[in-house]
Design a protein around this ligand. Sequence first.
Ligand SMILES: [Zn+2]
Length: 259
Amino acid sequence: MRGFGLAILLIVEFASAAAAEERSALDALVRAYPQQLAGYDAMDLIWRDGTRMPLSDRHPSILDQLRLSYTAGISPAALYPQNDAGRARNRPFFDKMYGNCWKGEVAPSLVPVVWLPQSWGRTVRITSVNGIAERLTDISEELDALPSSLRRYLYPSAGAYNCRVVADTGEPSMHSWGAAIDINSAYAEYWLWPRAASRGTIPPEIIEIFERHGFIWGGKWSHYDTMHFEYRPELLTRHTLSVEPDVLHTPAVENAVLH
Ligand SMILES: [Zn+2]
């Protein structure tokens, strides 16, 4: 009986620790989008306009997209790909935030940003929601001050807004919400088409600047995409859920992997 009681106690402790991690991740989500999100309760995410969205009704759910921890920074450990944090995205969440481009809902929020005005000077289109266009303008100016040996990785940009799905999943790309940018494809490495060249060729100075403004780098994904940056500030606060990797490698989550 004593062993049984101990097992129950451990299960209860595990459950409460998991619940605390979920709350921590949801706190980070609400903090990351203060103009849009008001809070959450046991079942729903609550938007400022009163909309409620279930936290775990589909795959990937709102909680699923917070489960993997993105390691910010440019330490060797941070730059070594560990997981696919950020690649599973809850479609209703991002459609609500940025609109559905197939219904023409994203275009009204798009604005042109001059990419590296001193070096390249052409425009990319990105959403103004969440101040992303202003953030990208700041990023662009900081990048433009880097030495030319680093700037060559940044232009021509391979594009920002693009109303498309990811080829192998059929799910919307973050580009479809106007919240991602691809830098120079000439130096890019993509998991589907690995090259002989070594990975991680993007200078860390570039990654550091993007992350400081709320953009995660696709080069840290197991399914790496080294020219890709997307606005995901909720993953840069290091309050994401930490669960065992095999919990996440369920077919539903794997199939939800996006570009
Ligand atoms: Zn991309």
